[in-house]
Each structure stands twice: as C-alpha cells, then as structure tokens.
Design a binder for this molecule. Structure first.
Ligand code: NAD
Length: 480
C-alpha cells in the first residue's frame, strides 16, 4: 500500500461518504446497543438531496472507473481489503456494540469480509470467443452497468456489504451502500476507510431512516439494486425497481430444513445442528430453521441436542465465552417473543428453553420445540431468533416432500454417514445451497442465491460478477 495512511478511528465520528468527502446531515439519529439498551453514537439521516448528490457523483465516477483497467480496480479492492484486515479487531468490537453478536464472531465476520474481497478479486471476466472461422468472430463481452446500490440487512453488515462491494467495483460499477438503520456504524466506517483507496464517488455509503431505501430504489439514476433482506421487503424493492427496469439481485429469507437420517453419530450431529440453528442467535438467513430427525433416533437425538444447548451461554457479546448475544433490535425481539407466547396457546412441547428472563437487553433463551405439527407457525415461518422445531420422519420420499413444501428455498442439509443416501436426498432438495453433513458453509467462488421466494438471481462466483454487467455479443466480420 506504499505511503497510503490507513490510520483512522473506528469508534468515533460517523459520516456519510459522498463524492470522496465525509459529509454530515442536519438531522441525525442513533442505533441502540442491543445488549444494554443504551444509545450508540449519532449517525446521519440522509435527505433526498444527499441521494441525488451520491447518485450524481457515482455517475461521474463511472465515466473513469468503468474504463480503469481491471488490474488497477483489483489492486484498489485488495488494498481496501488489507486495510479492513488491519482494523478487523476494532471493526469486530464496533460490530458487537451495534449488532450484538459475540466479539469473537464479530471479528470473524470482518475477516470473512476480507476473505470475500480477496477471493472475488481472483475472478476476472474476460472476453470469450464463442465462434470463429475464416470470415468472422463472435465475441461475448461483459460491460459494466453503471451505478449500483447495495442494500444491506442488520445481521451480517460487514460480510454482506463486502459481498456486494467486491463484485460491483471489480466489474467497473461505482456502488452506494445503504446499511440497515439498525446497524449503520461499521458500514459508514468502511465507507470512510475506502476513500483512501478509491477515487471520489466509487464507493459511497449513506445512512438514513426508512425513507432512504425507497428513495434509492425509485431514483432514475442507479442501474442495479443488489438487495439482501427479507422476502417481504425484497418484493417491494423489485416493484420499485421495475418502474425504471433496474437490474435486481434479491437475496431473501429462508426456512432451511436439516434432514437427519438414522446413519449418524448422534451426539456429534446433535451438537452441530444446535450450533447451526443458534449461531448469531438464529439471525441468519441460512440458519437451520427446521430439523427432521429419523423417528428411530428421535429421543436420543433430542436429549443430545438439549444437553448441548444447555451449555450455550447467553449474554452481552463483549463478555468472555458468550455464544448467543442479544437479538439485534426491539422489533425483532418482540417478533421472536410471539413464538414464545404461542407455546402455551398452541400446546407445543418444549424440549429445552421456552422462557426468557426479564432483564435489560434483547436476550432470548435458545429453545427447541419438540414435534410441533408441520402446519404450526414454528414449522412454517422464519422466527429469525433462537427457537427451532424438531420434527420426525420415517419415509424418505415423504420427508423430502415436507422439506420442499415451503415457498422458501435458500438452503437445506442432509446428515448421514451413508454418502449414497445423503447425496440421493440432497439432489432432490429445492434450495440454492444444499449441504451434506454441514450447513451454512459458504464459498465466495460459488453462486449464492435462493430458489422460489428466497431470491432472484445470485451473488458471488463468476456468475455473481456477471450479474453486475450487461452481456454484449460482438459479431465481427473480418472483411467488408
Ligand atoms: P429487511 O428486509 O427489513 O431490511 C433489509 C434492508 O432493506 C435494510 O437496509 C432496510 O433498511 C432496507 N429496506 C427496508 N424497506 C425498504 C424498502 N421499501 N426499499 C428499499 N430498502 C428497504 O431485512 P432485515 O430485517 O434487515 O434482515 C432480516 C431478513 O433478511 C431475514 O428475512 C433474512 O432471512 C434475510 N437475509 C437474507 C440473506 C440472504 O443472503 N438471502 C442474508 C441475510 C439476511
């Protein structure tokens, strides 16, 4: 990075980045530390004028950034990744303060963001000659779209922003990142840090209230929206983007099933499945949200899951040894608690958990509901919190049908030491990511997206980069 100064204070001063400048707004607001309920620092509330300014700066930057050689764009993205890595510990602490997750997972998220930037930088979209003879060449090119907008949710703000920034900037498209109003801090600081590596207008970050997302999707300037969030909001984004035919990539909600056959090491798989259901306090699009265990091992499996779940510490993410931090915000907390109110109403059997302590902070006890009906709320809706249903199965075709019987199709997993059985079941599951003997393990080189109402298009990998481009076919006759 030579002489570029990467020193900056992660914890103080939160500004928009517009056209290379740190910019304030007249009105400000603040997030809440979900572990304490105390306010975090003030952040900008962008106006329509700020949106206009950022889009105009992005459009001006497009003129040069789109023509900047790929190698130079890659160098800038990698330098940004290095700087993010240098400050990963501080970004982790800030992430815990705004998002709630335990600090070891928060630092890991910053490092995952860095890994994504680096791996995506290894991909290059080259021109492809698809047909050639003495008279002609047919060449496929991938040309940048223009200004893009990355709309980010509150569960993985650093990682998910990096997954949009890398592909957009590598392919020549300036990007405007819009964090969730619940978690604007790390994204604003990433924007500030980025100004050291990119020309003005190439990477901008705007924070705001609930008006900001709709302003950006409706604005005639941007050419693509890369959205990650709920299915409900994703539909609104698509509707709004349709008016100007902006490209959209939608990464949406999930209701991932995990099918456990009788051919497993019960204790080990029970612990892994509980981990993958309760990680990030269940606030992961790809968390395990339905467990189907073979009837013949149900009791043992349930007991092993219960024993393991009891070892998971709930608390302030800045404390040592905590596995489940608070749920991120009060709205989500109230939503998750409605599933707890249903326990008595619906006469669900609680295997472990079931009650929440009355104390400050949005803490939820990890909970397993034993054998609820397939049509119950807990088996059909996405709580986005640490409460999961455990159901049983006996017939393979039947459990596959039940796993697929949802409008969601983000992820799914099969657990079995019989790889033939596992692979046979896995290939029949209708989801964008399907795992055998694991879940949630993602790869920046592989497409990530949802089937059905879990998404439109996909991110990452070579196709993820192409999604930030127009395809152009050049028909080249070699003589007149
Ligand atoms: P959300 O849909 O409420 O918000 C996501 C983002 O959209 C936020 O930045 C929000 O401010 C913005 N937004 C809200 N209304 C908007 C509008 N009308 N126009 C434009 N932008 C708008 O989602 P959330 O609660 O932040 O995140 C949780 C959801 O996201 C869950 O359903 C989860 O499964 C999903 N998720 C999906 C993925 C994935 O990659 N598929 C990853 C993480 C989370």
């Amino acid at each position: 990075m030579g002489s570029i100064d990467t020193s900056f204070d992660v914890f103080n001063g939160f500004y928009n980045t517009i056209n290379g400048q740190l910019s304030k707004t007249e009105k400000t607001r603040h997030g809440i530390n979900p572990a304490t309920g105390k306010p975090n620092p003030e952040v900008p509330v962008s106006t329509q004028q700020d949106v206009d300014n950022a889009v105009a700066a992005g459009k001006a930057a497009f003129q040069t950034w789109s023509k900047t050689p790929w190698a130079e764009r890659k160098k800038a993205v990698l330098a940004f990744a290095d700087a993010l890595e240098e400050h990963a510990q501080d970004f982790g602490k800030l992430l815990t303060q705004e998002q709630g997750k335990p600090v070891q997972f928060a630092v890991q998220e910053a490092q995952t963001g860095v890994h994504w930037l680096r791996e995506l930088s290894k991909i290059e979209l080259k021109e492809e000659i698809v047909e050639e003879d003495a008279q002609k060449q047919v060449i496929v090119r991938y040309t940048p779209l223009g200004v893009t907008v990355g709309i980010v949710p509150w569960n993985f703000p650093i990682h998910l922003a990096c997954g949009k920034i890398g592909p957009s900037l590598l392919t020549g498209n300036p990007i405007i990142i819009k964090p969730s109003p619940f978690t604007p801090y790390c994204n604003l600081k990433m924007g500030e840090l980025a100004q050291k590596f990119f020309p003005p207008g190439v990477l901008q970050v705007l924070s705001g209230d609930d008006n900001l997302g709709p302003w950006l999707t409706a604005h005639p300037g941007p050419d693509k929206i890369s959205f990650t969030g709920s299915t409900f909001t994703g539909k609104k984004v698509m509707e709004s983007a349709a008016k100007t035919l902006k490209r959209v990539t939608l990464e949406l909600g999930g209701k991932d099933p995990a099918i456990v056959t009788k051919n497993v090491d019960i204790n080990s798989v029970a612990a892994k499945i509980a981990t993958l259901a309760f990680l990030n306090s269940g606030q992961i699009c790809l968390a395990i949200k339905r467990i189907y265990v073979h009837e013949s091992i149900h009791d043992q499996f349930r007991d092993a899951m219960v024993a393991f779940t009891k070892t998971l510490k709930v608390g302030d993410g800045s404390e040592e040894g905590v596995f489940l931090g608070p749920v991120q915000n009060s709205m989500q907390y109230e939503k998750v608690k409605t599933f707890f109110s249903d326990i008595e109403k619906e006469k669900w059997t609680v295997a472990v958990g079931g009650k929440n302590e009355d104390k400050p902070g949005y803490f939820i006890t990890p909970t397993i509901i034993d054998k609820p009906s397939d049509t119950s709320r807990i088996a059909t809706e996405e709580p986005f919190g640490p409460i999961v249903p455990l159901m049983t199965w006996t017939d393979e075709d039947d459990v596959i049908a039940r796993a697929n019987n949802t409008k969601m199709g983000l992820g799914a997993s099969v657990w079995s030491d019989d790889l033939k059985e596992a692979s046979r079941i896995a290939r029949q599951l209708d989801a964008g990511s399907v795992w055998v003997n694991t879940h949630l393990e993602l790869d920046p080189n592989a497409p990530f997206g949802g089937h059905k109402e879990s998404g439109v298009g996909y991110e990452w990998g070579i196709g993820g980069l192409r999604a930030f481009c127009n395809a152009q076919t050049l028909y080249l006759k070699k003589s007149t």
